[in-house]
Design a protein around this ligand. Structure first.
Ligand SMILES: Nc1ncnc2c1ncn2[C@@H]1O[C@H](COP(=O)(O)OP(=O)(O)OP(=O)(O)O)[C@@H](O)[C@H]1O
Ligand SMILES: [Mg+2]
Length: 380
């Protein structure tokens, strides 16, 4: 059962487990331009794997190579132990749901879903059963006679999903499946997608440029940049232990202090900030050298905000509240340091603000601090 995106069977940690999708040294060039640059990746059966990255970083190209619509310039892709090099798209155990999931406008919902099965020559009875089962799963049984233009965006999206799943592919490739939906429907559909995936055990590879979506949906995420993987890991790993400043910045918000390593021991690291008169203490070792240039990164929710100085001196910052964003469940404080740097702090609204007053007000002097284990040390 899936609780969050992270399933309990973490096959990628088991050295004996056989990956379902095996990608080695795959490159795709269009003319002189390298869209996908020598990537390696293993995806396991039943995973909901997300490819995450900015526009043009090569997500769709990689998906199209898995589907067989593009041929790698070099490298190997195998699925379920079979080398896909000479296997045409229609013979692969894969189905792809495109970025713009075009439904057939003149066909009703039922016929849209049945299309692929009819083409495969299945019996009328078998088609009726399988389409019925699929529509029940995406909760569209009552809409089977409607045409696409009589459906909402979310309903159309579910028809497209039913149409991709009805042929029972072992792998479903989804390119920005929720891109056309508004935020609320998107969140609801994310959970439906996770449920369906959980029930069918199909391996999903989902492309998105929405980091929140990737965090919610996936067992693992590959963060892509300029045709390469910058980091591959579970949502927690990517969020709590980003490998680079770019990943840290891309996933969630983060405060970044540049500095130099002044103490470097097996159990702690001390960093002196370059632009602020600040000293940071980390209670864990890191592979850095004395005097090297590093970045101390702290997420806004890891920082405490108080009106009086906190007891411990390390990781302590003084500043002035410049801005408060009240989001209901949390408030976001933007605190200006003496150097002019802005630090973002998220404060949960555990109690209702009294008389409309918040933990601190505009232009109030405040103190920020965090646990020695909370900061991330980045070297690139
Ligand atoms: N057929 C093609 N010919 C030439 N260049 C291409 C072709 N297809 C893709 N590209 C280029 O390869 C790069 C990667 O494209 P791709 O479609 O994989 O990006 P993407 O990560 O899916 O982006 P988006 O989030 O905008 O959909 C882009 O710079 C794109 O212009
Ligand atoms: Mg794309």
């Amino acid at each position: 059962m899936t609780v969050s995106g992270e399933i309990l069977d973490q096959h990628w940690l088991d050295s004996r487990a056989r990956p379902f999708i095996h990608i080695r040294g795959v490159t795709k060039q269009f003319g002189g331009f390298t869209a996908v640059n020598n990537v390696d990746l293993d995806i396991y059966q039943g995973e909901l794997f997300c490819l995450l990255g900015g526009s043009g970083c090569g997500k769709t190209t990689l998906l199209r190579m898995l589907a067989g619509f593009e041929t790698p310039t070099s490298g190997v892709i195998s699925i379920d132990g079979v080398d896909m090099n000479d296997v045409p798209p229609y013979e692969r155990p894969v189905n792809m749901m495109f970025q713009s999931y075009a439904l057939f406008p003149h066909m009703n919902v039922e016929n849209n879903v049945a299309y692929g099965l009819k083409r495969d020559g299945l019996s009328k009875e078998e088609i009726r059963l399988r389409v019925g089962e699929m529509l029940a799963m995406v909760e569209l049984s009552d809409f089977s006679k409607r045409k696409p233009h009589q459906l909402s965006g979310g309903q159309k999206q579910r028809v497209a999903l039913a149409r991709s799943l009805v042929k029972r592919p072992k792998v479903l490739l989804l390119d920005e499946p929720l891109g056309a939906l508004d935020k609320r429907l998107r969140e609801q559909t994310q959970f439906e997608l996770m449920n369906i995936q959980d029930r069918l055990g199909v391996t999903f590879v989902v492309v998105t440029h929405d980091q929140e979506e990737a965090m919610t949906l996936s067992t693992r995420i590959a963060v892509m940049d300029a045709g390469q993987f910058v980091q591959v890991g579970t949502p927690t790993e990517i969020y709590e232990y980003p490998a680079t400043r770019r990943v840290a910045d891309f996933i969630g918000s983060i405060n970044m202090f540049e500095g130099r390593v002044t103490e470097n021991d097996a159990d702690h690291v001390v960093v002196d900030s370059t632009d602020n008169a600040l000293r940071f203490f980390m209670d864990h070792g890191a592979s850095v050298s004395d005097g090297s240039r590093v970045w101390v990164a702290v997420r806004p929710e890891k920082i405490r905000l108080s009106r009086t100085p906190p007891p411990n001196e390390a990781n302590q910052i003084e500043g002035v509240v410049q801005d408060i964003g009240y989001l209901g469940n949390v408030s976001i404080y933007r605190v200006r340091l003496e150097s002019g740097m802005i630090v973002e702090v998220t404060v949960p609204n555990q109690t209702r603000p009294r008389d409309g007053k918040h933990a601190a007000g505009w232009e109030d002097r405040v103190f920020l601090d965090w646990e020695a284990s909370s900061a991330i040390l980045l070297t690139r």
